[in-house]
Write a protein that binds this ligand. Structure first.
Ligand code: GAR
Length: 186
């Protein structure tokens, strides 16, 4: 069976969608959840689902110990699901082509440092875009610049707020992310 590691910082709805998907089809197990946020919703999910987790800080995320703990899981893929810190180059190098991220916009637009969560939706609304979407991409040393794997689009409605747009984006994410991970692990 495939093993996955999930990195998440927030509510964890994408992590939950991936956990549910693979619980149902049995093609992968979540070996580890990593978060930088001791209050992240994803930790309640980890506890409920009996998935081991690690809380990292700015120092421990750069230590070899984390890479060793990750390698012990023999992950087929490392899945960033709303992880708000940059992944250190040492981790990218240790797991090259094995790390994927989901971004709540159509990259290369609305990507880069500071562009996460509702900041992205705010910028999309400010710019008067008629359309936005999601991008699932490989992770390299640069923010939001790895090769694109999948993009999916949705309309921006005239009366959208950051929250209504975030909800529409989450629906797309919860459908496409688990299926893309499954496709990638083969
Ligand atoms: C998701 O919309 C994801 O695309 C975004 O954070 C949200 C996390 O939601 N990620 C980024 O902005 C990364 N730059 P979740 O915690 O409910 O999965």
């Amino acid at each position: 069976m495939h093993s996955l590691i999930i990195f998440a910082s927030g509510r964890g709805s994408n992590a939950a969608a991936i956990i549910d998907h693979f619980k149902q089809n049995g093609k992968a197990a979540i070996a580890l959840i990593v978060t930088n946020n001791p209050n992240a919703g994803v930790l309640a999910i980890a506890e409920q689902q009996h998935i081991p987790f690690l809380i990292v800080d700015k120092t421990s995320i750069k230590e070899t110990l984390l890479i060793e703990q990750m390698a012990d899981c023999k992950p087929s893929l490392i899945v960033l699901a709303g992880f708000m810190w940059k992944i250190p180059g040492t981790i990218v190098a240790a797991f090259r082509n094995k790390i994927v991220n989901i971004h709540p916009a159509l990259l290369p637009a609305y990507g880069g440092k500071g562009m996460y969560g509702n900041h992205v939706h705010h910028a999309v609304l400010e710019a008067g875009e008629k359309e936005t979407g999601i991008t699932i991409h490989h992770v390299n040393e640069h923010y939001d610049e790895g090769d694109i794997i999948v993009q999916a689009r949705c309309k921006v409605q005239a009366n959208d707020t950051e929250d209504t747009l975030a909800d529409r984006i989450h629906v797309l994410e919860h459908f496409y992310y688990p299926r893309t991970v499954e496709y990638l692990i083969g």
